[in-house]
Design a protein around this ligand. Structure first.
Ligand SMILES: [Fe+2]
Ligand SMILES: [Fe+2]
Length: 265
C-alpha cells in the first residue's frame, strides 16, 4: 500500500473527528445558512461563547464598544468569521494532542497573518485567507499521531537546519503535504483549502497560485528563525508592499496573532 495512505489510515482519531468541522466548513459553501444555525452551534458550547466574547472585545478586531451579548458579537463578526473561530477552537485539542504543542499556535499565526494581509491588500477574501492559513499544515497531525517519537526526530532535524519536507520523507517515507492532501480528500474540504494544503510549499504548481503564495509567504514570515532572504520578492512586489517594510509587517502580524492565541487558548 502507498505509504501516505497507510499513514492516514493509521490515525483513526483524525478520520473520526471532522464531522463538526466539516459541517462548519460547509456553511461557507451554503449561502442560505442562517446566523441562527451558527448561533445554535456557539450557544451549545459555553466555553466557546466565553472565548468569542473575549475575542470580540479584544484588540484583534478593534471594535470600539464593549460587547456583552453573544448575539451582538455574532452579528458584528458575521457568519464566516464565527465559523472560522469555531474551526480554530474545535481543532485545538486535536492539534495539541498531536505531539507538537506548537502546531496550533503556528496555524493561528499563519491564519492571523493571512487575514491581515488579505485585508490590507484585497488580494483575496480575508475570511477565506484566515481559514486557508489555519489549515495549511493539517498533514503534520497525521505524521505526529502515527509516530510521535519519529516526528520528534523530524523536528530536531529541522531545528538543525534541515528542510521539513526532506526530513519528513527521510523518517516517514511521506510528508505533511502528501498526508494533508489525502486528508483534504477524505474530509471533502473545499477546493481552495485542498489547494493550499497541497501547494503551500510550492505555490507555482497550483492552479490558484495567489492564495497559495499568500500562505507560503506568511508561513515563512512567522517562523521563529525568520529569514527575509527566503521570501518571494516578486510576490511581495505584486502585493504593493515595500520589501524594506517586511520586518514591520512581521511585527504587526505577530502581535495580532498573540492576541488571537491568548483569547482562544
Ligand atoms: Fe507546511
Ligand atoms: Fe506551516
Amino acid at each position: 500500500m502507498d505509504k501516505t495512505i497507510e499513514l492516514v489510515n493509521s490515525v483513526k482519531d483524525i478520520q473520526a473527528m471532522p464531522s463538526v468541522i466539516v459541517k462548519a466548513l460547509n456553511v461557507m459553501k451554503k449561502p442560505t445558512a442562517s446566523m441562527k444555525e451558527i448561533g445554535d452551534i456557539v450557544m451549545f458550547d459555553q466555553s466557546l461563547t466565553i472565548k468569542l466574547l473575549a475575542l470580540v472585545n479584544s484588540a484583534y478586531y478593534g471594535f470600539s464598544q464593549q460587547i456583552s451579548s453573544i448575539n451582538i458579537a455574532l452579528s458584528l463578526l458575521g457568519m464566516v468569521k464565527v465559523k472560522n473561530i469555531i474551526v480554530a477552537v474545535a481543532m485545538k485539542p486535536m492539534m495539541s494532542n498531536a505531539g507538537d504543542k506548537e502546531l496550533w499556535k503556528h496555524s493561528m499565526r499563519v491564519a492571523a497573518g493571512c487575514e491581515y494581509l488579505a485585508n490590507l491588500t484585497k488580494i483575496m477574501d480575508s475570511d477565506e485567507a484566515f481559514i486557508s492559513g489555519f489549515v495549511h499544515d493539517v498533514g503534520k497531525m497525521v505524521l505526529h499521531m502515527s509516530n510521535e517519537k519519529m516526528y520528534g526526530k523530524v523536528l530536531s532535524a529541522v531545528a538543525d537546519g534541515a528542510d521539513i519536507l526532506d526530513a519528513e520523507r527521510k523518517y516517514f517515507d511521506s510528508d505533511h503535504v502528501k498526508a494533508g492532501s489525502l486528508l483534504a480528500k477524505r474530509w471533502q474540504l473545499p477546493i481552495l483549502l485542498a489547494n493550499i494544503i497541497s501547494y503551500h510549499h510550492n505555490p507555482s504548481l497550483s492552479s490558484i497560485p495567489v492564495p497559495c503564495n499568500l500562505v507560503c509567504l506568511i508561513d515563512k514570515l512567522v517562523q521563529e528563525n525568520f529569514n527575509p532572504n527566503g521570501l518571494d520578492k516578486d510576490f511581495i512586489k505584486t502585493l504593493g508592499i515595500d520589501f524594506a517594510d517586511i520586518e514591520d509587517l512581521r511585527n504587526v502580524i505577530m502581535q495580532k496573532a498573540e492576541v488571537l492565541i491568548a483569547e482562544l487558548s
